[in-house]
Design a protein around this ligand. Structure first.
Ligand code: SAH
Ligand code: SF4
Ligand code: F3S
Length: 444
């Protein structure tokens, strides 16, 4: 028989981007403050929470598959099920209808209401009935000021510095799931970073959907990131995701000048065709993007560049696709995340354009680019053969506990045999690169 602990036990699973990882840490903090306890073991939990992503169809499918499993569990024992995050916000009524066993739906700006909603659902369940609770208001102000995220271990602390997005790229659901752009008070960001350093985190990653659009009074992103990099104990500072529209020279110079700010920029391109970029509402042309790449490489020598690409956006022709392929060959990114376009409800593209590129064509275009990028990544990684790189030690390698894993300043993954040398996550080590693949550097 399941023992009933005095406080409800919660299990949370997180899907989607780092913003969701960071939000789950906020959710844990909010719930622990109200006496909830957490378990890694789904079977023991009284409350199961899914923090969901809505960015592409397969993100939805994963959540629906999980919900089907949880509904099965709920047939055999009392259980409160909560769906949080972007999918809850975007699908609302539809999700409530399709998943009748979901008790609580809470969007990204309403997590302060979660403890009360869960308590009500648990109390109702004890009394033998179901009470559903929804909190789906988007806010222009909520930044979870004053909530110290409940971080799991590791060397990296995520710090969300701005929430929401006002860009409304026509394909993207984020402005609808996360609402309007708002930046956090820099003093609260710095306090949080100092606390993370005091607890032993040596890397900070500043997060936002347009992190470089950060603005708070006199503070812009360049000022914020240098202030974080000055905090004693912090060895590395990263940021993601920036938008190509917001890279003033001062920001590039700041990244170049500060030894603790990592020389890695994730610069989502999406498409190499000007016509498609215009339909996407990205606000730059292929030439402007290339000029930015040149400026970045000139100001920050040795910088690692990565990107996101969408294949098969509405009306994309073979010619548009070839323009993207040429950009990939021209820029020589270190890595690229390549996606099939997936129509999202409520977006501008869903309302205005036709999702008319056949699935098969989308798939073939993705496969072509993945193949080209793999060769480029391999060639880029080969440049490190025989060199020495500095690695921030993260953890055991996934494939073997005898190997350690860490990352270079440029965010490249390095794996090495641990041997008898001391192995301590969070410290910097020098590694001599003896072999490479398209995704990994092997060190000694
Ligand atoms: N704010 C970030 C993007 C977050 S979403 C930025 O602007 O860089 C991460 C990536 O998912 C995007 O860069 C895009 O390539 C991809 N994406 C977003 N919406 C998509 C959709 N409807 N279909 C396919 N890919 C999508
Ligand atoms: Fe989506 Fe564009 Fe905002 Fe990125 S910048 S989150 S792609 S709308
Ligand atoms: Fe997904 Fe929401 Fe992030 S849609 S990618 S979890 S912002």
């Amino acid at each position: 028989m399941k023992s009933t602990p005095s406080a409800p036990l919660v299990h949370i699973e997180t899907f989607g981007c780092q913003m969701n990882e960071s939000d789950s840490e906020i959710v844990r903090a909010l719930l622990k403050r109200e006496g909830f306890l957490f378990t890694q073991d789904r079977e023991r939990a009284d409350v199961l929470l899914l923090n969901t992503c809505a960015i592409r169809e397969n993100a939805h499918n994963k959540v629906y598959a999980q919900l089907a499993e949880l509904s099965e569990l709920k047939k055999h024992r009392p259980l409160v099920i909560g769906v949080l995050g972007c999918m809850a916000q975007n699908l609302k009524g539809e999700l409530a209808e399709q998943a009748p066993l979901v008790d609580v739906l809470v969007g990204p700006d309403s997590y302060r209401r979660l403890p009360a909603l869960l308590s009500q659902a648990l109390a109702a369940q004890e009394d033998g009935f179901a009470q559903r609770g929804f909190a789906l208001d988007l806010s222009e102000y909520e930044t979870y000021e004053g909530i110290v995220p409940d971080r799991e271990g590791g060397v990296n602390a995520w710090i969300t510095v701005m929430r929401g997005c006002d860009n409304f790229c026509s394909f993207c659901v984020v402005p609808y799931t996360r609402g309007r752009e708002r930046s956090r008070d820099p003093q609260s960001v710095l306090t949080e970073a100092r606390e993370a350093a005091a607890r032993g985190f040596t890397q900070i990653t500043l997060l936002g959907q347009n992190v470089n659009s950060y603005r708070y009074g006199e503070w812009d992103f360049a000022r914020l990131i240098s202030a974080v990099a000055e905090i004693p104990g912090i060895l590395r500072v990263r940021f993601t995701s920036p938008h190509p529209k917001d890279f003033p020279p001062a920001l590039l110079q700041t990244i170049a000048a500060h030894p603790k700010i990592c020389k890695h920029i994730h610069l989502p391109l999406q498409s190499g065709s000007d016509r498609i970029l215009e339909l996407m509402g990205r606000t730059y042309s292929a030439d402007e993007y290339l000029a930015l790449v040149e400026r970045i490489r000139h100001t920050i020598p040795g910088v690692t560049l990565t990107t996101d690409i969408i294949c098969g956006f509405c009306s994309e022709t073979e010619e548009d696709f070839l323009a993207t392929q040429r950009m990939i060959e021209l820029v020589q990114f270190d890595a690229a995340y390549i996606f099939k376009y997936s129509e999202r409800k409520h977006t501008i593209a869903a309302r205005k354009y036709k999702d008319d590129v056949p699935e098969r064509v989308k798939g073939a275009r993705v496969a072509t680019l993945v193949d080209i990028q793999r060769q480029i990544s391999l060639a880029r990684n080969r440049r490190y053969l025989g060199t020495e790189v500095e690695v921030l030690v993260e953890r055991d390698a996934t494939k073997s506990p005898t190997q350690g894993m860490g990352r270079t300043d440029g965010n490249l993954t390095v794996v090495w045999e641990k041997g008898t040398a001391p192995f301590q996550p969070g410290i910097l080590l020098k590694k001599h690169i003896v072999d490479v693949s398209s995704t990994t550097l092997y060190g000694k």
